[in-house]
Ligand binder design. Structure first.
Ligand SMILES: *Cc1c(COP(=O)(O)O)cnc(C)c1O
Length: 402
């Protein structure tokens, strides 16, 4: 058996919890019916399972079951929310506000709408990753139809002030959408108290299966109109056609049930692990914590390191831990993370960053091993880069002028 690195990339995805898998399995085989089949027991069983998930998800965010629209994940939910509102309300106005640190599943639909003639305001963030509410208010125009601000950031874990944003949006009769892919099951969410009109959810960041998510769509005060982005059999009250994926929907329910039941204790446990990792790491010089120190997801630690090369750092960490760097690597180019540059970081600091995503199955012992190896890696990279710079420099440079 090969030894695999310690998994610390829980913002990218999480393993399916065994309890979730067990709940899903019968729905692949015995209970395989189509929830839309209304004339036999196979369909009824599946429909009952789907209904149960709708109820649990609705209760989790203080919505009603009719306000839940199943999608393939948060990417699709974001697309449906943003493009669906744009298409339904374009006669009212064509201006949308979002934030520089959003996930590409929000930024890209906005850019697409821009190419169609919509106007998009991208709000900056402060040094701690939070938006400035006065900047938000200043961005409002009579033709603003939508504000999209994420609940929890997938790179730096920062939690935006949803209730304050919702309050301001409702005062101005503007629809408020939040991408809560990283937040569901991890922080309290309440669409009434927070005045949220649209909320994107996904199962696979919270120990559920990949390929299932949902969009909450407010039906009262106000009733949000959405233009469907996928047409067909009229499922999900016409907002999202396609046969519902019952096993995944069952897994989504179980994942959210477990996360909510364990939320309080797990938040405490993860906060301790993250604090422990940071206490150990911050001993080294020239290390920066990215994002607000408290107002963040319990399991998120994101750091930047001075004086080391980002790619070399990640390479050095790889044998021991599965983490991500802030930089989005594509085959041809490595661009620094748009989230870290939005914090005002230099290119070097944005490149030399590590995102630790601590999750349900990590232990203190793993965190200690990770900290030891990360510290040793950074120190050894600094030593080599110092020797490299000595070797490259002409000898005379090293001799004091006097
Ligand atoms: C993971 C993630 C998404 C994409 O969700 P999928 O379900 O994988 O499509 C969108 N937004 C945020 C903030 C995420 O973390």
């Amino acid at each position: 058996m090969s030894i695999r690195p310690i998994y610390l990339d829980c913002h990218a995805t999480t393993p399916v919890d065994e309890r979730v898998l067990a709940a899903m399995l019968p729905y692949f085989t015995e209970n395989f019916g189509n929830p839309s089949s209304i004339s036999h027991v196979y369909g009824w069983e599946a429909e009952a399972a789907v209904k149960q998930t709708r109820e649990i998800l609705a209760a989790a965010i203080n919505a009603t079951p009719e306000e839940i629209v199943f999608t393939s994940g948060a990417t699709e939910a974001n697309n449906l929310a943003i493009k669906g509102v744009a298409e339904a309300y374009f006669k009212k106005g064509q201006h949308i506000i979002t934030v520089a640190t959003e996930h590409s599943a929000v930024i890209d639909p906005c850019n697409y709408l821009k190419s169609l003639g919509f106007e998009i305001t991208i709000l900056p963030v402060q040094k701690d990753g939070l938006i400035d509410l006065t900047e938000l208010k200043k961005a409002f125009r009579p033709e603003t139809i939508l504000v999209s601000v994420m609940a929890a950031n997938n790179e730096i874990g920062v939690l935006q002030p949803l209730a304050e944003i919702g309050e301001i949006c409702h005062e101005h009769n503007i629809i408020f959408h939040t991408d809560a892919a990283q937040a569901i099951g991890k922080i309290p969410l309440d669409v009434q108290a927070m005045k949220i009109d649209l909320m994107s959810l996904t199962a696979h960041k919270v120990y559920g299966p990949k390929g299932i998510g949902a969009l909450y769509v407010r039906r009262r005060n106000p009733r949000v109109q959405l233009a469907p982005q996928q047409h067909g059999g009229g499922h999900e009250r016409g907002m999202r056609s396609g046969t519902l994926y019952t096993p995944q929907i069952v897994g989504f329910r179980k994942a959210v049930e477990i996360a909510l039941a364990e939320q309080a204790t797990e938040t405490q446990r993860l906060t301790q692990l993250r604090q422990s990792l940071w206490e150990q790491m911050k001993q080294i010089e020239g290390i920066h914590l990215n994002g607000h120190p408290q107002q963040r997801l319990a399991g998120n630690l994101n750091i930047s390191v001075e004086g080391v090369d980002g790619a070399a750092l990640l390479l050095g960490l790889q044998p021991v831990m599965a983490v991500s760097s802030g930089s989005a690597c594509s085959s041809a180019t490595t661009a620094p993370s748009h989230v870290l540059t939005a914090l005002g970081h230099s290119e070097q600091l944005a490149y030399a960053s590590v995102r630790f995503g601590i999750g349900r199955f990590n232990t203190q012992e793993e965190i200690d091993r990770v900290a030891r190896h990360a510290i040793a890696t950074i120190q050894s990279l600094r030593k080599t880069s110092f020797m490299d710079s000595r070797a490259e420099k002409p000898q005379s440079d090293l001799i004091p002028a006097d």
